[in-house]
Each structure stands twice: as C-alpha cells, then as structure tokens.
Design a protein around this ligand. Structure first.
Ligand SMILES: Cc1cc2nc3c(=O)[nH]c(=O)nc-3n(C[C@H](O)[C@H](O)[C@H](O)COP(=O)(O)OP(=O)(O)OC[C@H]3O[C@@H](n4cnc5c(N)ncnc54)[C@H](O)[C@@H]3O)c2cc1C
Ligand SMILES: NC(=O)c1ccc[n+]([C@@H]2O[C@H](COP(=O)([O-])OP(=O)(O)OC[C@H]3O[C@@H](n4cnc5c(N)ncnc54)[C@H](O)[C@@H]3O)[C@@H](O)[C@H]2O)c1
Length: 487
C-alpha cells in the first residue's frame, strides 16, 4: 500500500527466511508450528535447494544402481544371471530425474503452504535491522520481520584461481549430478566427498578414464586413515587413477562452450600439473570444496562481513537476537541432516523467544556440531562415521583408547560373497564412553545410527554389553568390538 509519500510499506511477517533449501524450510516450519505466527521463505531458484536438485538426491540416485549391480555380481546365483551386463545408463538417468522431480518444485511449494509458510520468489538481501529487500520478477519488495530473519542461503562451489581453469568452463558438482552425457575421460580436481562419490558414479556409468587430482597426501583427508585407504584402493581397483600430492598448474581447453548443465563443455581439456606432466581429458570436474553463500546478502547493512553463530543459531555481532543462520551458510557442519537439525533448533528458539520462554535447555542448543556429526560417504565401500576420529580426539586432549577389527560376522558374509569391511571405535578412557566410530564396507551406512546414539547419549561401554545385536546381522560387529576390548 503506497503511503502519502508514495513509498510502498514493507510487508510484515513474524519470520523471514532467505533461502529455501532443507535448512531454511525446516527453520520456517518449526518457527510457526502450532501458532498463528507468520513466515515467508524467499527463494531465487528452486524450493528444496541444492540438496534436492543438484546434490544429495541426484548423487545418491546415481550411486545406488551401481551399488545394487555390485551386490548382484558379488552373489553366487545372481552373478550368473547378470552375465557381463552393465548399467542401462538412460534408465539410471531417468530414475535420477524422477528423484529431482524434473526440477519442478511445485510439490515443495504445496508442502510450504500446508505448514502455513508463504513462498516469495526472488533474491533476498538484508537491508538493516529486521529488514529484507527482495528483487522479484515484478520489481523490488521490502519485508519487515517482527521476530526474526533467518539466513539459509547454503553454499557455493569453490573454483580455484588456476590459470585457464574458469575460462575452460569446467564442470562443478551440478554438472556431475545432473549429467546428460558421460565423458569418456574425466579429471577431478579435489579428493573430498564430492570427488570420491562422483568418481564412483562416473565409473559405474561407463567413463573409461577417471583421474583424481588430489592436492594433499590422501583422499578424504579428515577420515580415519583405514577408511580413506579403503576408498582409494577400491577406486584404483575399478580403474580410476588416484594421484596424490599434485595440483593443476594451468588448464587449456579447445573451444569451450556453454552447452548447458551436465553436457560436455567444449573440446578436450589439457591439465598441466605441477609435476610437469600433462593430462588430456574430455571433461574436468572441480570438486574443491564449498563456501558459505554470503555474496550480495547485505551483511554490511547490519555491520557484518561474515556469518558466525552461537549454539542457538543466533548470528554473533548483531544486537537483539533477531538474526539467525542455519545450514551451510552457518559454516558449522555442511550436511543436509545437520542443516535440518539447525533448522529445528533455530525454529524452536524463535518460537520460545516469541513466547518469552527460556532457551537454556538442550532442545535449544546445537550441541551435536563438532562432537557428534554423522556422515556417510556413499562410495563402494561406504564410509560411515560419527564424532571424533582418533587423531581429532587426541588433538582435543582426550586420553584415547581404540578398538578396531575387520567386519566379519555372519550378517556380513550373508550380505554378499565378497564382503570386506573394517570398524573402529574411539573411546574416552576417563568416562569409558564413545567419542567416535567409523565403519567401512558395503552398506555399512545403516550401522551408523547406533554409534550416533551411543556418542550423543554418552552411553558407558559396559552398558553397551547389554545392547545385544540380532543374529545374523552386520550389527554383530558391535559385539565383536566389545569382545575385542575385553581381551
Ligand atoms: C554433490 C553433493 C552431494 C551432497 N550429498 C550430500 C549427502 O548425501 N548428504 C548430506 O547430508 N549432504 C550432502 N551434500 C551437502 C548438502 O547438499 C548441503 O549440506 C545442503 O544442501 C545444505 O542445505 P542448505 O539449506 O543450507 O542450503 P542449500 O541446499 O544450498 O539451499 C540454499 C537455498 O537458498 C537459495 N538462495 C541462496 N541465496 C539466496 C538469496 N539471496 N535469495 C533467495 N534465495 C537464495 C538457493 O537457491 C537454495 O535454494 C552434498 C553436496 C553436494 C555438492
Ligand atoms: N555424502 C555426503 O555426506 C556428501 C556428499 C557430497 C558432498 N558433501 C558435502 O559437500 C561439501 C563439498 O564437498 P567437496 O568434496 O567439494 O569438499 P571437501 O571439503 O570435502 O573436499 C574438497 C577437496 O578439494 C581439495 N581442494 C581444496 N582447494 C583446492 C585447490 N585450490 N586445488 C586443489 N584441490 C583443492 C581439498 O584438499 C579436498 O580434497 C562438503 O561439506 C561435503 O561434506 C557431503
């Protein structure tokens, strides 16, 4: 409604969320749940965020068929009926596209409406205290937040400043997850989770030469050494080349072309490495990490140049407890499940503060960040870990005891004929509780939550003796680990 001066009054909401990925969606949902509070999510791409369309969902949809085929090949009686068949790539890609809803987010918009949250399409930025400006297709809108603004803008891929790299229009993870063509020869810059998972599905889909260019000494640098060795060995066994201690010094590409997401972006790429060798590939994937998406977010309008949060997800350096950050942009634990956890806590904190309730309790603190973050790397074998590695626990000053052994129980040998795996517990001697656990092997992801419960609940190891694993399941490895510790 224009005022007498002609200015359009801001639209008021109790809560304004900038960014509609999983973290922002959950924060909005929890902030209004069971109340008459109002919330809007401002989204400039697709509601559901990176995770739904370009990250978790398509990547896992691409990895699962290869893992199922591998399991079939590893099973007498199934192997014979498979013959030498490989994956049917068009079917795999069609299934992937079903998981990303063909980039149609109308289902997510209906969900938002169903939980009482409005959606405003446009690009949002802070414009001072409790104010958000949104550039929409129909012009600029101003929103005023009575209670809270939540930053949930996610993260953006890092592209190193290597000469010629950006001009070569390399693939980022969006191209790899939404691939429409499988390059014959691919080089991957990076040795983290995206690099390892993408190498796996590219091999599954028939890429002939996959080379990982790893700057450091190993893949998956923060994992337990046995885990990263297992992933590297498996990738090598499948024909990938894992080159450690190398960096791209320069990149040249014949006729780079923006052919669209997931299509090969031009002619062959020559990557000159700092060991004076050259590598020629059909596509180059950059998987060199991600940064909080704060560019153009108007942080300077509230006196900030970066985002850091306390355990209530309240942004530090702003008075009045009205600015929050959740998910990747918060820079705490850049994983979807952790972003949604932040969203739940942040939404509950906003709701509690709206009712002038105390936010002192555990329910209102993101205590899992740092000491109890679970993660699964969906390679073959999978790496499932929670909490601290041995190295991290020692660095944090704990008096550490470890137990580790191969996973060789009835459940694992029944699951596939070639099952190999390894498990490790990191124990705090002082409290006799778990600080962390890592499992490596096919389909060990489902072992992880038991470890997460033990870490978060600080369950004493003697009590775990009475958590009897069902026979014959892979979980029997828990019993073996406890037996190994008793000696
Ligand atoms: C290839 C890949 C695979 C992954 N696989 C996994 C996995 O298996 N498991 C896992 O836990 N994590 C995985 N991750 C990490 C996961 O994708 C992120 O942690 C997660 O998406 C973060 O959620 P978010 O809501 O913080 O941000 P996002 O999902 O990035 O959503 C942010 C949203 O904000 C919007 N936005 C940004 N700026 C603005 C603005 N100014 N105005 C309006 N809207 C804006 C964006 O368009 C986007 O929709 C993966 C990441 C990658 C790259
Ligand atoms: N299954 C999962 O949980 C999953 C899957 C994919 C991605 N993710 C998340 O997405 C995020 C991004 O993943 P990612 O693999 O890109 O990041 P990452 O931080 O895991 O790995 C980045 C890699 O790039 C290397 N690197 C960084 N800068 C470089 C440079 N200038 N030159 C060469 N190498 C360089 C690093 O040494 C590292 O090997 C992470 O937070 C990850 O946890 C999670």
């Amino acid at each position: 409604m224009p005022s007498e001066s002609g200015a359009v009054a801001p639209t008021e909401y109790d809560v304004v969320v900038i960014g509609g990925g999983p973290a922002g969606e959950v924060a909005a949902q929890y902030a209004v749940a069971g109340s008459d509070r109002t919330a809007v999510i401002v989204e400039h791409e697709l509601l559901g965020g990176e995770c739904s369309y370009w990250a978790c969902m398509p990547s896992k949809a691409l990895l699962r068929p290869g893992s199922v085929l591998g399991a079939g090949r590893a099973m007498a009686g199934v192997r014979e009926s498979l013959g030498g068949n490989t994956l049917d790539v068009p079917s795999v890609l069609r299934r992937r596209d079903r998981f990303t809803s063909h980039h149609d987010d109308s289902g997510q918009e209906s969900w938002a409406t169903s939980v009482g949250v409005d959606v405003l399409r446009g690009s949002g930025r802070l414009a001072g205290d409790r104010a958000v400006v949104v550039d929409t297709a129909d012009g600029t809108r101003t929103l005023a937040a009575r209670l809270a603004v939540v930053l949930a803008t996610g993260s953006s891929p890092t592209v190193p400043a290597t000469p010629g790299l950006r001009e070569a229009l390399p693939w980022t993870s969006r191209d790899a997850t939404n691939l429409a063509e499988v390059p014959d020869r691919v080089a991957i810059i990076g040795g983290g989770v995206v690099a390892c998972e993408a190498a796996s599905w590219l091999l599954d889909l028939g890429a002939r030469e996959v080379t990982l260019l790893v700057r450091g000494p190993a893949l998956l640098a923060s994992a337990e050494p046995f885990a990263r060795d297992a992933v590297a060995a498996a990738l090598r066994a499948r024909g990938a080349e894992v080159r450690t201690g190398v960096s791209a010094a320069a990149v040249r590409r014949a006729s780079p072309r923006d052919t669209g997401v997931g299509r090969i972006h031009g002619g062959p790429v020559t990557v000159s490495l700092d060991d004076d060798s050259d590598l020629v590939v059909d596509e180059l994937l950059v998987a060199a990490g991600r940064r909080p998406a704060i560019a153009g977010l108007g942080l300077e309008s509230v006196g900030l140049d970066a985002v850091s949060t306390d355990d209530h997800l309240t942004v530090a350096g702003v008075t009045g407890n009205w600015l929050y950050a959740v998910g990747d942009v918060a820079g705490r634990s850049p994983l979807t499940h952790m972003g949604k956890y932040h969203g739940r806590i942040c939404g509950d904190v906003i709701a509690a503060r709206a009712r002038s309730h105390s936010v002192d309790g555990d329910r209102y603190r993101a205590g899992a960040d740092g000491s109890a973050v679970p993660q699964v790397v969906f390679t073959s074998p999978e790496v499932a870990s929670v909490g601290r590695t041995e190295r991290a626990a020692r660095a944090a000053g704990f008096d550490v005891e470890t137990v580790d052994l191969d996973i060789a129980v009835a459940g694992s040998s029944l699951s596939r004929d070639d099952f190999t795996g390894h498990a490790k517990l990191v124990i705090d001697r002082a409290s006799d509780t778990l600080l962390g656990a890592t499992f490596v092997g096919t389909e060990v992801a489902e072992l992880l939550h038991a470890a997460t419960v033990a870490v978060v609940g600080a369950v004493p190891l003697p009590a775990l003796w009475h958590a009897v694993p069902a026979y014959p399941t892979v979980s029997e490895v828990w019993l073996r680990l406890l037996e190994a510790r008793r000696g």
